[in-house]
Design a protein around this ligand. Structure first.
Ligand code: NAP
Ligand code: G4F
Length: 383
């Protein structure tokens, strides 16, 4: 018998990698996707199977974390061995603009799933993974952060996730459910949403290298994050649900880096040097030089001539609109429990993550670049 998994948020970064990982392990994967006015399955299109095929390994259902009836029906129909609750309004800055919706989806959504499993008498069959977050530590009370570090959330997103964390613990203790939290630190990839800081940077650096963009405006350059690769992190989600006993785990690399250094490292990946100067909203970064061999190898010979003329130009600025009403300044995780109990180790270093993201964004941006050169209108219809 194939094991059955249900993934909420299957169209997101982690959902896509996890679906692929579980299908390779022989699972039948059910995924919940939201109705949208355009296709929203780009990240999992390579896994899609025609509904007329028998014994499909990927089956998608329309649904939403704010709709209890829908969630209860899908869980009842699919009878999953494992539920991975990855769906969420996951953008911290946007949660300040949509706090009520964020609470509905990210806090009550978790309760809806736990309660559906209980009411359907699946409490002893279905294991549940809740996508908790290092944002719970917010104004950090200890460095590095581990499972016993007190929480101090700093955004509507983090406060909603705090409820999700505790209701998962509560259902485990009250009803003996195999329900666990993965307290995951930031994890990125070529599939990362374009408005998270790492992807915003690798896209912008690629466009600047190709001559498609002059400058990128950022928010707080001094914030520090513990960044890993999403491919490593979905292995941890799976491992958590394979344990005999449910529990909560920090998943992190143990290395923290400023946004400023992430930008520097992304330019360096293609052989470009930059230098930051000034402070606060006045801070900027200029191009200082190119390693031509590296640039040619990574970006392409045809772009070097134009790029050489740009040395000295400003390529990074600060726009206070990207600041958050309350910020999380420093995150760095201690994943000793995951290492010892799950045998989990990240395979990707930060340099390898940046290389993967830059390679993919350069490839994507080049496609746009050539389409534009050939006269196609892309991105903005009314430009
Ligand atoms: P993501 O790329 O933003 O994906 C979020 C997914 O949730 C998407 O599939 C989205 O659907 C779906 N979704 C949003 N609101 C929903 C709703 N009301 N009902 C049903 N589905 C909804 O996020 P991710 O980076 O993969 O993260 C996965 C989970 O881990 C999230 O819960 C996030 O909060 C948490 N987390 C992420 C990180 C990280 O660094 N990536 C770290 C810790 C925790 P659409 O595609 O239709 O938008
Ligand atoms: O990439 P970010 O938007 O991620 P953030 O806020 O850390 O949240 C992500 O990781 C959490 C885990 O800790 C997840 F729970 C959450 O779902 C999400 O995946 O911002 C990272 C840092 C922040 O300090 C932000 O202020 O980068 C800083 N930053 C500086 N300039 C910027 C920018 N962030 C964004 N998004 N855009 C900027 O221009």
């Amino acid at each position: 018998m194939r094991k059955v998994a249900l993934i909420t948020g299957i169209t997101g970064q982690d959902g896509a990698y996890l679906a692929e990982y579980l299908i390779k392990k022989g699972y039948t994967v059910h995924g919940i996707k939201r109705r949208s006015s355009m296709f929203n399955t780009e990240r999992i299109d390579h896994l899609y199977q025609d509904p007329h095929i028998e014994n499909r390994s990927l089956i998608l259902h329309y649904g939403d974390l704010t709709d209890s009836l829908n969630l209860t029906r899908i869980i009842g129909e699919t009878q999953p061995d494992e539920i991975y609750n990855l769906a969420a309004m996951s953008h911290v800055k946007v949660s300040f603009d949509t706090p009520e919706y964020t609470a509905n989806a990210d806090a009550l959504g978790v309760l809806r799933i736990l309660e559906a499993v209980r009411l359907l008498n699946l409490a002893h069959k279905t294991r549940i993974y809740q996508a908790s977050t290092s944002e719970l530590y917010g104004l950090v009370q200890e460095v590095p952060q581990k499972e016993t570090t007190p929480f101090y959330p700093r955004s509507p997103y983090a406060v909603a996730k705090l409820y999700g964390y505790w209701i998962t613990v509560n259902y485990r203790e009250a009803y003996g459910m195999h329900a666990s939290n993965g307290i995951l630190f930031n994890h990125e990839s070529p599939l990362r949403g374009e408005t998270f800081v790492t992807r915003k940077v690798t896209r912008a650096v690629s466009r600047i290298a190709l001559g498609m963009q002059n400058k990128v405006y950022m928010g707080n350059l001094s914030a520090k994050r513990d960044w890993g690769h999403a491919k490593d992190y979905v292995r941890a989600m799976y491992a958590i649900l394979q344990q005999d006993e449910p529990s909560d785990y920090v998943i992190a690399t143990g290395i923290t880096t400023t946004i400023r250094d992430f930008i520097r490292m992304s330019f360096d990946e293609i052989g470009v040097g930059i230098e930051f100067q000034g402070e606060g909203v006045q801070e900027t970064a200029r191009l200082t030089g190119i390693d031509e061999k590296r640039f040619t190898h990574k970006v392409g010979n045809e772009y070097i001539e134009t790029f050489r003329k740009r040395i000295g130009e400003e390529v990074v600025g600060v726009d206070p609109n990207y600041f958050r009403p309350s910020e999380v300044d420093l995150l760095i995780g201690d994943a000793t429990k995951a290492r010892t109990r799950l045998g989990w180790e990240p395979k990707y270093s930060l340099n390898a993550l940046i290389e993967d993201m830059m390679y993919n964004d350069l490839k994507l941006m080049k496609k746009d670049f050539y389409l534009k050169k050939e006269g196609y209108t892309i991105l903005n219809y009314f430009e």
